[in-house]
Design a binder for this molecule. Structure first.
Ligand code: ATP
Ligand code: MG
Length: 236
């Protein structure tokens, strides 16, 4: 299987804090890869390194064999990497269609990258196109952020805790949306999530981080039973 994204010994220091410390992984095209880890273990920072929010202190990141570490976030979007954030980032007074249009313009001139999509249909938000984003429910806003990310026509979608604040049934629907994004649009997905029920049913493989480092990698079942993962979560 083709490797879409590769990180090699990637580190990020903030002053004295090693937020990410020598992370290496390969993400095959078409995978749903989960990333778990205790609070502060470096998950968001790692996504930020992949999306160009942060420049690595050291190490290499490649997309389809092309080095992308250290390039700015607006360039990584053009190369087909889109992300969502732990907190909602929509223009609250604009309707959903307007939010999508702004995102689409970010890559409109490029014409390269991922498939042309129907982001509202994929996320089940067709009926909300004309709704002011500030008026959407929490779960709808979370799906709307994914729709906005899809509007940039990514080949890699990075999701940072998309299920925050969702009920079990809303999280179940989110899981179906993410699976559809991979199955129907062929987009590779990396998802950070504390909702283990969602993660176990969704991810092909899971990477566990602790203190900025890769603690374990494997199938959801491998990870569930991994003694180092269990002790990291229990504080052992
Ligand atoms: N911009 C920043 N400046 C300084 N330190 C930071 C910055 N961002 C993150 N850190 C620190 O880096 C470490 C990793 O944080 P990060 O947000 O990546 O963890 P996380 O795994 O996403 O945690 P959570 O599950 O709580 O979202 C923490 O010690 C955090 O305080
Ligand atoms: Mg985080």
């Amino acid at each position: 299987m083709n490797v879409l994204l590769e990180a090699e010994e990637v580190s990020k220091r903030f002053g004295g804090v090693r937020a990410v410390d020598g992370m290496s992984l390969r993400v095959p095209e078409g995978t749903i890869l989960g990333i778990i880890g205790p609070n502060g273990s470096g998950k968001t920072t790692f996504l930020g390194l992949l999306s160009g929010t942060f420049r690595p202190s050291s190490g290499r990141i490649s997309l389809k064999g092309r080095r992308i570490d250290g390039i700015a976030a607006h360039r990584t979007v053009e190369l087909g990497i889109a992300r969502t954030f732990q907190t909602t980032r929509l223009f609250p007074r604009w309707n959903l269609r307007q939010n999508l249009d702004v995102a689409a313009q970010a890559t409109a001139a490029k014409g390269s990258i991922g498939p042309t999509l129907a982001p509202l249909a994929l996320t089940g938000l067709d009926h909300r196109a004309e709704t002011i984003c500030g008026g959407l429910s929490n779960a709808e806003q979370r799906l709307a952020m994914i729709a906005v990310a899809l509007a940039t026509r990514p080949q890699l979608l990075l999701l940072d805790e998309p299920a925050v604040g969702m009920s079990p049934s809303e999280a179940g629907e989110l899981g179906r949306v993410i699976r559809r994004i991979r199955d129907e649009a062929g987009i590779t997905v990396m998802i950070v999530e504390h909702n283990m029920h969602l993660m176990m049913g969704l991810a092909d493989r899971i990477v566990a981080m602790n203190a900025g480092r890769l603690l374990a990698e494997g199938t959801p079942e491998d990870i569930r039973q991994h003694p180092d993962v269990i002790s990291a979560y229990l504080g052992g």
